[in-house]
Design a protein around this ligand. Structure first.
Ligand code: NAI
Ligand code: MG
Length: 381
């Protein structure tokens, strides 16, 4: 403002900027649940990266820690309390490690914590990117970054994992057990819409991985509903593949895939195979998403609590850190999410890798490189 005396200039500019100065910084309240095994080692590292991203990109993350998991069950008789479930509902998102310990009955962790949260908060999408990072050697000979870049969209609330069954007289000769899958039209339609919309934002190709040639009721219904939804997305190239063939295709021609839409159990198995072709299970991120945002979504690495390597400081923290990036994306902080992903890539590209991926770096060293890359990135952004 030429011609204004300096003192008046400052007063005018303070007045003009007053709304910005008075607007509080966007704050997200995050429930942090490290869980068991390697969870309490790598979730805090992931949180350091998230906090750095928040300070660089100008928003605030507030963590509240919860002790839920098999360790809590061991001491107090439950994985999570009723009040704990109600508390979780109040957060913007949940940042989770994994649950399960060798000394605790392993039929409990999914039922008592993971599935309970996924179902109660209608996190019906399990979004699992499979992407080879630079500097990481895939166990697939001749496959590189341009061949391995897809997303497994796994139905997360129904299907084979509804735990609807019985075990009768298991110790007797006449012993029997059942598990009955449940597929609903509403459940299949909503996951299909999510997957097709994701395909529209990517390379516009969707593969339904199914087994309707043998599961002739549930998965034939699954295919039928998906094909009805496919008609709403004519731009997306749609194909159907049986899971046995899909498993082989993961290994032989992963470049076939862009978005995979599949059931709860098939998605569980295929996403570990996805982790394997990325070079280690320790790289895989995931989001358990409630797209309507009525409830908090939960972000966790695809691996479990890895008790065999817990306490050594050698776990690969990248799946957990990358899951944090998915969380920021869900919260609307796209630039910060991209910056974390680029910092992960910059780190692996330099060959800073943990033992599971053929390197020698500790969880701490990898995180420090990611933090440093994040600072450099933001300085140049
Ligand atoms: P897991 O994923 O914990 O481990 C499988 C193998 O991969 C192990 O050799 C482990 O050392 C390795 N691994 C996993 N994550 C790694 C990382 N970040 N860095 C380096 N190596 C890593 O699966 P497992 O052994 O079948 O299950 C162990 C426990 O975790 C069980 O109690 C299981 O129920 C639980 N689990 C929990 C999940 C969850 O909370 N969402 C998911 C899967 C398993
Ligand atoms: Mg799994």
């Amino acid at each position: 403002m030429p011609g204004l005396p300096v003192w008046l200039f400052w007063r005018v500019s303070i007045l003009i900027n007053l709304p910005n100065l008075l607007t509080p910084m966007t704050t997200y309240r995050i429930a942090v649940v490290p869980g068991d095994g390697i969870g309490p080692e790598i979730v805090p590292l992931g949180w350091e990266v998230l906090s750095r991203a928040a300070s660089v990109f100008g928003f605030e993350l507030q963590a509240t820690h919860f002790p839920w998991g098999a360790g809590h069950y061991h001491e107090h008789g439950c994985f999570i309390t009723e009040a704990g479930m109600e508390q979780l509902a109040e957060f913007d998102a949940i940042y989770f490690g994994a649950v399960g310990l060798p000394e605790v009955d392993d039929t409990l962790p999914a039922r008592c914590y993971t599935f309970r949260v996924r179902n109660t908060f209608e996190q019906y999408v399990n979004h699992r990117p499979v992407k080879l990072l630079p500097g990481v050697l895939s166990p697939l000979r001749n496959k590189s970054q341009e061949h391995i870049d897809f997303v497994v969209v796994r139905e997360n609330n129904e299907g084979e994992f509804v735990q609807n069954g019985r075990m009768l007289r298991p110790d007797k000769p006449e012993g029997l057990a059942t598990d009955t899958s449940v597929f609903t039209r509403k459940g299949v339609e909503r996951i299909a819409h999510y997957a097709f919309q994701l395909a529209m934002r990517r390379r516009k190709r969707l593969t339904n991985v199914t087994k309707s040639n043998t599961l002739i009721y549930t998965l034939a219904f699954w295919d039928r509903v998906i094909e009805e939804v496919a008609a709403h997305y004519p731009e997306v190239e749609y194909d159907k593949m049986y899971v046995d063939n899909a498993s082989a295709t993961f290994v032989l021609r992963p470049e076939h895939f862009d978005v995979i839409l599949t059931t709860n159990m098939i998605g569980d198995i295929l996403s570990d195979l996805g982790g394997a072709i990325m070079g280690s299970l320790g790289f895989g991120p995931s989001g358990n998403i409630n797209p309507e945002r009525e409830y908090p979504s939960m972000f966790e690495p695809i691996h479990g609590s890895a008790p065999d390597i817990a306490g050594k400081g050698i776990a690969n923290p990248i799946g957990t850190i990358w899951s944090g990036a998915l969380m920021l994306e869900h919260l609307g902080q796209q630039a910060a999410a991209r910056a974390i992903e680029q910092s992960i890539a910059a780190t692996t590209q330099q060959g800073i890798l943990s033992r599971d991926a053929g390197g020698r770096a500790s969880s701490r060293e990898i995180t420090d490189h990611i933090l440093q890359a994040l600072s450099t990135q933001s300085a140049t952004a």
